[in-house]
Design a protein around this ligand. Sequence first.
Ligand code: SF4
Length: 375
Amino acid sequence: MTNILQLKKQLRKTIASKLTSKEIREAIRDHHARRKPRPCGMTIHTGIGCSLRCTYCYIEDMGFNWIAKPYPLTGLQLVYALLYNPYFVPGEYGTLIAMGSVTEPFLGVTREKTFEYIEAIATYLKNPIQFSTKMYLTRRDAYRLKQLDPGISPLITIVTIRYKDKLEPLAPPPEKRFETIKNLRSKGLKPILFLRPIIPGIIEEEYVEILEKARDSGAVGVVVGSLRVTNRILDRLRKAGLDIGEIIRRLPRKPRGNEQVPINTRDLKEEIIRYARKIGLVAFPEACMANIYTHGRICWKMIHHKIVVPGVEPPQISIDELKKIAEENNVVLKKATRKKYFIKMLLEGDRISKALFSEYVKCRFGYCVKILRSK
Ligand code: SF4
């Protein structure tokens, strides 16, 4: 079925039959029912706040605090909220799910909620799920995850070995995280090293060791991502006794207020990606690619970055077929052009129908989508 609204309505009916009216109202009021997916997918909060207090963390600047609490919705309510969200596409080829952006999803207080959400999404929606963590996951945890979503995309964060006490004082030691990678791999999952944020002045002397240890522990790949700083983060890094000269040198401008400014690390990223490839890791410049990869799929941008999933190509679609799907979803596709990994589309329809159709095209056919404005 390519009538997405119809599919969402049917699924909502199924879930609503398992919820009380009060639970439905709570789900509809929740921001998971309203937020637009980010480029990495729909970020799902399994908790609010985080007790690990990493020195480079930006959640405080986003209004969250250092006390973690499980998210108030049940798994079924979360599913209902997502189905109510006008921008969300359900299904195996639907919106990518990312857990771990504003909390650590496997803290003592958040982990059962995380399992609950993974189970609910895998049972009723089947969207591809990814999580990032610094916590220790046992073989039993790995087995549970594998049972819920065999393609689940685990990102294991390790950004330093030597400076762990200054950068991540309350997180488990990197050695336990390498063990997590081993445990996940032993149950047939595809763990990926999450080398984000790369911290200039530190990463240069550490990336070889981190990549090699991750590879030897069973990581299949690495996601490399940049550091973003706020004034508060710069202060914390300084107070932790780190030399931030290299960060300042690469800072394009001073942050204003709580603003997050990305540090220019393109050259470092390229160097790390080159070395990762040399030692046999799949290097992903973006986290969404790792989610697609572990679910046995590929997008056009991954092909552009020479990432291979043996025997797999993105689904092909003609513009005429795309026009028919657009019509079924209350949108008129006036014009579409494809270039490299992009599809540029001129659409007619209301704002939300256009956004939902774009999300569908991105997820189903593996394109980065640009919407053209009519002149
Ligand atoms: S684990 Fe993640 S969310 Fe928690 S403090 Fe560290 S960076 Fe922030």
